[in-house]
Design a protein around this ligand. Structure first.
Ligand code: ATP
Ligand code: LTN
Length: 328
């Protein structure tokens, strides 16, 4: 039996990048004898200043999105990070099993700290991957399905676990990141050399909550390459290749099928179709989302039950870790 765990932090609107790279794959791991755990790492959001009301709302929004894409509370454990205090407890312990050299190499920290420089950064942003390691290691996770930008963090988690196991004997399972073959790094619509990110400007991404007109408009405006052939070549034609990855992320067609379908057709037609495909699927998801979100009491009940189940596993792991390192 494998344990599969992943999470999405509540820092902004969910984008189609989050969906294609991560979230849409999670329900497919359910059943099949796997133990599946999905959560909202809301404490991770504190690395940028948050409005308390907003972070609460976004946390519940994300929980509703998990249900919307098909995470079933009867099959999976759904939890909120801040409702299981073992995450913070293990985080502090693991902080002492990782070096500044290792954290300095994390590209996400390097990118995000560019603006203020490392001196002006919050310590939380720096040690963010260690809290993520705690999330993963508490539950003996074997696989962590994520987008490409998170692979480095899961590899660091593995190194920390390995180091701890060598010192104290087998304690943690060594996790591995699993990323989809296509769509693991969806790029910005107006700048195909940078990752699509919810923290970027709105023209660069499509939010899961976006309406039909806006989706169609954004695809129409999306940057394309200098030729006009709808074919996939990431190095030579990054813009259309990105749009093809979005297309297959929403249709489950293969690249070859898309190329055949649009043979002899121009970018304009392809982008028009893509806008309709994506906006239709989003409308269907938004409809379900509204239903789950409308009943906040039931949503919170699911999260309380999931978090209580998680506490039982996580607290056991903390007791084991504390006993191994000599903490009473
Ligand atoms: P930010 O853009 O603010 O840095 P984020 O979207 O990277 O945030 P999360 O929302 O926590 O951060 O990411 C959730 C999951 O979505 C992760 O597994 C991440 O790798 C994946 N993901 C995020 N952006 C993309 C993208 N553009 N393409 C594919 N996967 C993505
Ligand atoms: N850092 C992740 C969110 C995250 C996560 C995790 C993902 C926090 N803890 C544990 C997988 C497993 C991100 O996507 N930004």
């Amino acid at each position: 039996m494998k344990t599969i765990l992943s999470g999405l932090k509540p820092t902004g609107e969910m984008t189609i990048g989050n969906y294609i790279g991560a979230m849409k794959h999670w329900p497919l791991t359910q059943g099949k004898g796997n133990k599946t755990i999905f959560f909202v790492p809301n404490a991770h959001a504190l690395t940028a200043r948050q409005d308390p009301k907003e972070i609460r709302k976004r946390t519940l929004d994300l929980a509703a999105w998990l249900l919307t894409v098909g995470i079933d509370p009867k099959e999976s454990t759904i939890l909120i990070q801040s409702m299981v205090s073992a995450h913070s407890e293990l985080f502090w312990i693991l902080d002492n099993y990782v070096t500044m050299g290792e954290l300095n190499r994390m590209t996400q920290f390097k990118d995000k700290s560019k603006k203020l420089g490392p001196e002006g950064q919050l310590v939380g942003l720096y040690s963010y991957p260690v809290l993520m390691a705690a999330d993963i290691l508490l539950y003996d996770s074997n696989e962590v399905p994520v987008g490409e930008d998170q692979i480095q963090h899961v590899e660091l988690t593995r190194d920390i676990a390995n180091r701890f196991n060598k010192l104290y004997g087998d304690t943690f399972v060594l996790p591995k990141a699993t990323v989809p073959k296509y769509g693991a790094r969806i790029m910005s619509l107006d700048e195909p050399s940078v990752k699509m990110s919810k923290s970027d400007h709105p023209d660069s991404y499509i939010a899961l909550g976006e309406d039909k007109d806006s989706v169609i408009k954004k695809f129409k405006r999306a940057v394309t390459d200098s030729d006009s052939v709808v074919s996939y070549d990431k190095a030579a034609k990054p813009a259309i290749s990105n749009l093809i990855e979005i297309y297959i992320g929403f249709t489950d067609k293969s690249i070859e099928e898309v190329e055949v379908l649009y043979e002899g057709k121009r970018y304009g037609e392809f982008k028009q179709d893509l806008g309709i495909i994506v906006s239709d699927k989003l409308a269907e998801l938004q409809h379900k989302f509204e239903d789950y979100r409308a009943d906040e009491a039931s949503l919170i009940e699911i999260l309380e039950q999931g978090s209580a189940k998680a506490r039982q596993i996580a607290d056991k792991k903390i007791i084991e870790v504390k006993s191994k390192i000599g903490l009473l």
